[in-house]
Design a protein around this ligand. Structure first.
Ligand code: NDP
Ligand code: HEM
Length: 498
C-alpha cells in the first residue's frame, strides 16, 4: 500500500460507477436532520457491508496462498499423456493454498494440526487440482468417518470449545488413525512455516499414457527450503505472539523474492502390482515404503507472486480433487472417491453456483459444457445449443480421444473394509516411523507431545484406551506415554512387528 501514497487518487464511485457525492457525509435534512432514503450510496455501503462475509470453509478455513508455476524436469510421457507434463521445461501457471484444518478463519497458524497443501494447475486441458496435505497419510480410510472425525476436532455442542477428550475418544476408537496421529504428534505437526514443509498428494492416483497403459502413482512435493519445525513450546509461544505467522512468512518471502520451491517426486507402481502388494496400495492410512517404489524427481513448483486481493483470489479459490485432466485419474481409494463428490458441493454452497466463473477458478481454456444459467453467471457461449444431441454443431465429446481412467470391479454390495493384504495392519507403519525414521530427539518430542496433548482434559478411561494403541505402535513409546500420564504400564501388549 505504501507505494500508493504519492499517487493521485481516483474519484470515488458507487458500485454502479456513478461518481459518489461524499466519502464522509450522508445526505440529511439540515446538518442535524434525518437521513434520506434517496442517499443510495449510503444504503449501498450498509447493505454491501452486511454481505461481506461468505461461509468459511467447513475445514481448512484458515489458510494462505500464492501464485507461481510448475515446471517439468523429467520426461514422464511413458507414464502419463497429461499435456501439461508432456515436455521437459514446460511451465504451467499454478495457485497454491496452504492451511490448517480444524481452526476457524481467524485462528492461529502455528497450532498442532495437519497442513493443507492444495495446488491448482491451470493447464491447456483445463484445471488440474491436487488437494493434498503435508502428511502422506490420513486418519480414516472410509469417507463416512470423515464427518465424525472432523466433529471430534471442532467445537463441542455444549461448550462451543474444542475438546481433547473428544479427539482422543475418536482416535482411540479408530485404530486406523494411529499412523497419522503418530505423524501429527511429531514435530512435523507444528511446521515452522508453510515453506518448510513437504506436500503430499496422499492418495494413490492413476496415470495413463498415450497408448492407454496405466500405472498407480503417489505425489511428493519435497521442500527445497528444508524441513523445519517448531517444538511444541515454540509453536505455543508463536500462537500468542503472531497468529498470522505462516501467512506473513509466505507473503514476506515472496515480496523479498525469496521464492519457495518444492521438488516433485513421484512413486510409480506398475498397475499389476496392486493386487498382491504387501500393503493395500489404496489405503490412505498407509505409505508405499520408498524401498519398494523409490521416488523419481519429475518437476518443480515455484511460488513467485502474492495475491493482489486475498478475498477474491484465496478465500474464493475452489479446489476439487475431481478436477483431473486426461492422463490422470482416480484409484479405488474410497476416501478419494468420496472427496470427488464433496468439494464441488461445498463450493456451490460456500461460493455460489457459478464459482468456476470467478477469475481465480476460471480454467484458462474455452468452456463448452451443456450447463447453463444460475446465479451470477456471466460467461456464456452465445447461442450455442443447450442440449445434446443436436443438429446445430453443439460441442461433441470424444470418448476415443479421452478414454475413462478405469479398473475392473465387481462383487456383492457390501459395507466392509478392504480385504487385507499380507502386511496390512494399523500399527506396522506407525511402528516403522517410530523405530526406523525418527531420531532419538524426535522420539522424545513425540512422547512428550503425546503426553502434553493427552493431559488436557482427557478422561482416564479414554487415556487408557489410547495407551493400548501406543503400546501396539511400540513398547518403548507406550512405556513413555504411560509414565508421562502416570498410568499403569501395560507391558504385556506387544508391538505388531516391523
Ligand atoms: P524410508 O526410510 O525409506 O523413508 C522414511 C521417510 O520418512 C523419509 O524419506 C522422509 O520422507 C520421512 N521422514 C523423515 N524424517 C521424518 C520425521 N521426523 N517424521 C516423519 N517423516 C519423516 O522408510 P519407508 O519409506 O519405509 O517409510 C518408513 C516410515 O516413514 C513410514 O511408515 C512412514 O511413517 C514414514 N514416511 C514414509 C514416507 C513414504 O512415502 N514412504 C513419507 C513420509 C514419511 P519425506 O522426505 O517424504 O518426508
Ligand atoms: C477442504 C471435505 C479428506 C485436504 C475441504 C473442504 C471439504 C472437504 C468440504 C472445504 C472445501 C471448500 O469449502 O473449499 C473432505 C472430505 C474428505 C476429505 C469429505 C474425506 C472423505 C481430505 C484429505 C485431504 C484433504 C484426505 C488431504 C490429503 C483438504 C484441503 C482442503 C480441504 C487441502 C483445503 C483446500 C483449499 O485450500 O481450499 N475438504 N476432505 N481433505 N481438504 Fe478435505
Amino acid at each position: 500500500m505504501s507505494d500508493q501514497y504519492d499517487q493521485k487518487p481516483p474519484i470515488t464511485t458507487t458500485d454502479a460507477g456513478i461518481p459518489a457525492a461524499s466519502d464522509e457525509h450522508s445526505l440529511s435534512v439540515g446538518p442535524n436532520g434525518p437521513l434520506l432514503l434517496q442517499d443510495h450510496y449510503l444504503i449501498q455501503k450498509m447493505a454491501q457491508f452486511n454481505r461481506e462475509r461468505v461461509p468459511e470453509r467447513v475445514v481448512h478455513a484458515k489458510g494462505s496462498g500464492a501464485f507461481g508455476y510448475f515446471e517439468v524436469t523429467a520426461d514422464v510421457s511413458q507414464w502419463t499423456r497429461a499435456a501439461f507434463l508432456n515436455k521437459v521445461g514446460k511451465r504451467t501457471p499454478v495457485l497454491a493454498r496452504f492451511s490448517t484444518v480444524a481452526g476457524e478463519l481467524g485462528s492461529a497458524d502455528t497450532v498442532r494440526d495437519p497442513r493443507g497443501f492444495a495446488i491448482k494447475f491451470y493447464t491447456e486441458e483445463g484445471n488440474y487440482d491436487l488437494v493434498g496435505n503435508n502428511t502422506p497419510i490420513f486418519f480414516v480410510r472410509d469417507p463416512s468417518k470423515f464427518q465424525d472425525f472432523i466433529h471430534s476436532q471442532k467445537r463441542m455442542p455444549d461448550t462451543d470449545m474444542r475438546s481433547h477428550n473428544a479427539m482422543w475418544d475418536f482416535w482411540s476408537l479408530s485404530p486406523e488413525a494411529i499412523h497419522q496421529v503418530t505423524f501429527l504428534m511429531t514435530d512435523r505437526g507444528t511446521p515452522r512455516t508453510y515453506r518448510h514443509m513437504n506436500g503430499y498428494g496422499s492418495h494413490t492416483f492413476m496415470w495413463i499414457n498415450a497408448e492407454g497403459k496405466k500405472v498407480w502413482v503417489k505425489y511428493h512435493f519435497k521442500t527445497e527450503q528444508g524441513i523445519e519445525n517448531f517444538t511444541d513450546a515454540e509453536a505455543n509461544a508463536m500462537t500468542g505472539e503472531d497468529p498470522d505467522y505462516h501467512r506473513r512468512d509466505l507473503q514476506e518471502a515472496i515480496r523479498r523474492k525469496d521464492y519457495p520451491v518444492w521438488r516433485l517426486e513421484m512413486q510409480i507402481m506398475p498397475f499389476e502390482d496392486a493386487a498382491n502388494y504387501r500393503f493395500n496400495p489404496f489405503d490412505l492410512t498407509k505409505v508405499w515404503p520408498h524401498s519398494d517404489y523409490p521416488p523419481i524427481t519429475v518437476g518443480r513448483l515455484v511460488l513467485d507472486r502474492n495475491p493482489e486481493n486475498f478475498f477474491g483470489e484465496i478465500e474464493q479459490a475452489s479446489f476439487e480433487p475431481a478436477n483431473m485432466v486426461p492422463g490422470i485419474g482416480p484409484s479405488p481409494d474410497k476416501m478419494l472417491l468420496g472427496r470427488l463428490f464433496s468439494y464441488p458441493d461445498a463450493h456451490r454452497h460456500r461460493i455460489g453456483t457459478n464459482y468456476l466463473q470467478l477469475p481465480v477458478n476460471q480454467p484458462r481454456v474455452e468452456v463448452h459444457s451443456y450447463n447453463k444459467d444460475g446465479a451470477m453467471r456471466y460467461r456464456h457461449n452465445g447461442n450455442q445449443p443447450v442440449y445434446a444431441p443436436n443438429s446445430y454443431n453443439g460441442p461433441k465429446a470424444d470418448p476415443e480421444l479421452h478414454p475413462e481412467a478405469s479398473w475392473a470391479a465387481n462383487g456383492e454390495l457390501v459395507r466392509s473394509a478392504y480385504t487385507l493384504h499380507a502386511e496390512d495392519g494399523d500399527f506396522v507403519q506407525a511402528g516403522n516411523l517410530y523405530r526406523h525414521v525418527l531420531s532419538p530427539t524426535d522420539r522424545e518430542h513425540l512422547a512428550s507431545n503425546v503426553v502434553s496433548h493427552m493431559s488436557k482434559g482427557v478422561e482416564k478411561q479414554v487415556q487408557e484406551r489410547a495407551l493400548k494403541l501406543w503400546y501396539q505402535v511400540d513398547q518403548e513409546l507406550g512405556g513413555r506415554v504411560a509414565k508421562g500420564l502416570g498410568l499403569e504400564a501395560k507391558s504385556e501388549l506387544s508391538p505388531a512387528g516391523d
